[in-house]
Design a binder for this molecule. Structure first.
Ligand SMILES: *[C@@H]1O[C@H](CO)[C@@H](O)[C@H](O)[C@H]1NC(C)=O
Length: 380
């Protein structure tokens, strides 16, 4: 009786030890048990690899809140080339308070050639391609956010050819600080002259025939400059068909806090709608020819955070995969074998007990826990 008890305990302990003997079971049996184990381990390996890839991946989380910061100034980064000589054009900002922003002095007027060099053309085409893709596929924005600072600067490369043509255009670039209220940045004929009730542009000296507001926006952004981020207007080129033409851009700026694994920055995204028309007072189309950018600042702030599965979660999911497959295949195999036994070996049903082999092994074809439990229950 004691021997029997000892044997029972020994068997129990051995049954607990069933898992490390898996390779042996492969050798012992090439039937269902081994096959199921093989399938189970293949599935485990595949799912573990897939889970690891999910773990490696990151995603963007968007949160919205009301922007309470109205006092600070907003930085506006500009790089626009207009097909007019620098002495003829002037750029400045008017905001809702009708105060002229004096920091428009921060802009540099540089005489350049309007036509791009072949290399620059290629750069512009690439930028336009990205823009069109961005409009179709919004998830691309996440990729751009993630790769910000990683990728090369998206600024226009310098001319590679030493063209001797005289400069016919004016590149206005630099940055200025504006109030966080709706405003209007514009480039029109003549330099701006401050005026007690706003400002005026001294345009009387410029002939209408030299008006040409064809322009290229190489860069326009708000907030901190972040290389690698492509803004909606970057790469835009507009050719004016008429001397008196008005280009309008209506911009809604959304303050955006960006937290990725590479950077943490306060930037601003924006959306644009554009409109252009020919100024013809005789035909009732009034206005001032030039480039007008009306911006408005959204009161909602977006926080974009790059997220990652924490390591502990990865471990838990891994345990879930391994344990889950382990027990599920065990149960399935048990059921399968049970059905097979019912169908073809009915007589064996009553004597379903583990058989002890001479070397002390339990004749247990199944390395799987559930099956062992079944066996131990039936052997009691
Ligand atoms: C303005 O300049 C561009 C580029 O040089 C040119 O293609 C266009 O025809 C000009 N428009 C007018 C109205 O002169």
């Amino acid at each position: 009786m004691r021997r029997l008890n000892r044997k029972k305990t020994l068997n129990l302990v051995k049954e607990l030890d069933a898992f490390p003997k898996v390779p042996e079971s492969y050798v012992e049996t090439s039937t269902s048990g081994g096959t199921v184990s093989l399938i189970a381990f293949t599935a485990m390996a595949l799912l573990t690899i897939m889970e690891f890839m999910v773990y490696r991946d990151t995603w963007m989380k968007y949160e919205y809140e009301v922007d309470k910061d109205f006092t600070s100034k907003l930085r506006m980064n500009i790089d626009i080339t207009v097909a007019m000589k620098c002495q003829y054009v002037g750029a400045d900002v008017l905001d809702l308070a009708e105060t002229m922003v004096t920091s428009a002095d921060g802009l540099v007027y540089e005489p350049v050639i309007f036509d791009l060099s072949p290399l620059q053309r290629e750069w512009q085409r690439m930028l336009q391609l990205i823009q069109s893709r961005l409009q179709e596929e919004h998830s691309l924005q996440d990729v751009i956010f993630k790769s910000a600072f990683k990728s090369a600067s998206t600024a226009l490369p310098p001319r590679e050819d030493n063209s001797l043509l005289p400069p016919d255009a004016c590149r206005i670039h630099g940055h200025l600080y504006v109030n966080k209220v709706a405003g209007n940045f514009h480039i029109t004929v003549g330099k701006a002259i401050p005026h007690p009730r706003g400002h005026a542009h001294l345009a009387a000296l410029v002939s209408h025939d030299s008006y040409n507001f064809s322009h290229r926006i190489d860069h326009l952004s708000f907030g901190e400059l972040i290389p690698g981020i492509i803004n909606p207007l970057d790469g835009t080129e507009k050719i004016a068909s008429d001397h008196n033409q008005m280009f309008q851009y209506f911009i809604t700026v959304v303050p955006t806090k960006l937290h990725t694994y590479k950077i943490s920055a306060e930037t601003h995204q924006f959306s644009v709608t554009e409109r252009e028309r020919v100024i013809n007072h005789a035909a009732g189309s009034h206005g001032v020819s030039g480039i007008f950018m009306k911006y408005d600042i959204s009161s909602l702030m977006v926080t974009v955070t790059e997220e990652h599965m924490p390591f502990w979660q990865f471990l838990i999911r891994l345990c879930g995969i391994i344990g889950g497959i382990f027990s599920t295949t065990g149960i399935l195999h048990g059921i399968g074998r049970f059905i097979v036994e019912i169908i073809c070996c009915r007589f064996k049903l009553g004597s379903h007990k583990p058989v002890l082999l001479p070397d002390g092994h339990v004749n247990n074809h199944l390395p799987l826990i559930t099956d062992n439990r079944l066996n131990s229950i039936s052997s009691k």
